[in-house]
Write a protein that binds this ligand. Structure first.
Ligand SMILES: [Zn+2]
Length: 253
């Protein structure tokens, strides 16, 4: 079992991935992104809309490789109750689904895709699930997800290959796109980003008229379940630091 999601908060959990070589992106849809590769080696500008478009395509593929809870499943019904009609927030258009998996995990993509794992829903109360969603929405709103995706795009071999080939769309293979996605999901956010997403979640809960303590209790619950971690986790904020940061934000409200 992988580590709990937001002690680490990878953009995506590694274990959820089937081999990505077969990913079938519509290259035409990301033609504008590929075109940027022509300028690699020069100053590269990658527009936000291009990154978001790529993220949306990736999300579509991720969905196909996971067991999505059916509309009438207990998880989907519960998520709808938790979300309570929230489709837009803070200028973002959001879409939600539940992945049927024992993983205690969740992620968000720069396009507003939010995915919650049933394992996380089993562990947490409705309020805590909403807090986690607020945390993930925070990563999107604060552009952590965007910058991470952009970084992976600009450092990917796919773009270098495209540039070497004169930037032709045909030189960007599905396999290369899969590698790009793999790099993206294995990336992590900075300590600063995690702390700011936690604080965002507190404000999110308040704006929804919910218990703002749910973000804190979700961290405490993960601490009890998984411990404080080590190794890779050590590069992330400690739970005590996160809780103190959350409490500080709560005290402001
Ligand atoms: Zn996070």
């Amino acid at each position: 079992m992988s580590k709990p999601f937001f002690l680490l908060c990878p953009v995506l959990c590694l274990c959820m991935f089937a081999p990505l070589d077969a990913m079938a992106f519509d290259l035409g849809q990301i033609g504008s992104v590929v075109g940027v590769a022509r300028d690699l080696g020069k100053a590269v500008t990658l527009k936000e809309a291009e990154v978001i478009k790529t993220a949306r395509l990736s999300a579509d593929q991720f969905d196909k490789r996971n067991r999505i809870a059916s509309h009438n499943s207990k998880y989907s019904r519960r998520l709808r109750k938790i979300v309570n009609g929230l489709k837009q927030y803070d200028g973002l258009r959001l879409n939600y689904k539940v992945y049927l998996s024992e993983e205690v995990n969740a992620f968000a993509m720069p396009d507003g895709t939010v995915r919650i794992y049933s394992g996380l829903m089993d562990l947490m109360t409705d309020g805590e699930v909403l807090a986690v969603m607020g945390h993930e929405i925070g990563h999107v709103k604060l552009k952590h997800s965007f910058h991470q995706m952009r970084k992976q795009l600009l450092t990917s071999s796919a773009f270098k290959t495209a540039a070497a080939a004169g930037g032709t769309v045909g030189s960007l293979t599905n396999s290369a796109l899969g590698d790009l996605g793999y790099a993206f999901i294995n990336s992590t956010f900075s300590k600063k980003d995690e702390l700011s997403a936690d604080a965002y979640a507190v404000r999110f809960l308040r704006s929804r008229g919910k218990n703002i303590g749910a973000m804190k209790s979700s961290i405490v619950k993960l601490q009890k379940r998984f411990g404080s971690g080590g190794g890779f986790l050590s590069s992330h904020p400690s739970n005590s630091k996160r809780i103190a940061n959350i409490q500080k934000e709560m005290d402001k409200l």
